[in-house]
Design a protein around this ligand. Structure first.
Ligand SMILES: [Zn+2]
Length: 163
């Protein structure tokens, strides 16, 4: 197989997933599509499918390719990791409000809240971020890192609005 044919075979697999690919991979496909009639047609068609949700729905009857399954799994895991974070944050907040008492100095109670964040949320965020890193989910990794830092630094300030 020549280099062109090899890229062509890969393009056949990857064009249906074009929207989920990273920019360098998209560039490779676009470059190949400039020289390859078949892939240019496929690329145009796959872009059209992505535009309308109705057309995309018609595509659901097609068997899901293994690679597409992998991407779906990645998306599911990302949502799941966010869900775990939400649950833990919810439990920390719940615990804080359950023990909250106007009789105890506020400073002391927020000290407790910060301690809960450090004990429970920081290690959780660390492991989940590590997991996201190993999934090679670059974009999501940086987004969640920023969200985690915001939560760790500003969660107690946010809670202050409610008491
Ligand atoms: Zn091609």
């Amino acid at each position: 197989m020549t280099g062109f044919e090899e890229v062509h075979v890969l393009c056949q697999e990857l064009i249906p997933l074009y929207d989920d690919l990273d920019v360098p991979a998209k560039r490779v496909i676009e470059k190949h599509a400039e020289e390859c009639e078949v892939c240019r047609t496929n690329l145009t068609a796959s872009k059209k499918i992505e535009i309308g949700p109705r057309e995309a729905g018609e595509n659901d009857s097609l068997p899901v390719q293994p690679f597409k399954k992998l991407i779906l799994l990645k998306k599911f895991l990302t949502l799941f990791l966010f869900f775990i974070r939400t649950v833990v944050i919810g439990l920390i907040a719940f615990d804080f409000f359950r023990h909250f008492s106007p009789a105890v100095p506020y400073g002391l109670q927020f000290e407790g809240l910060r301690a809960s964040l450090v004990i429970f949320y920081v290690p959780l965020a660390f492991f989940l971020l590590l997991f996201t890193w190993f999934m090679k989910n670059g974009k999501i990794f940086w987004i969640t890192l920023i969200i985690d830092l915001l939560v760790i630094y500003f969660f107690d300030d946010a809670v202050r609005f409610f008491v």
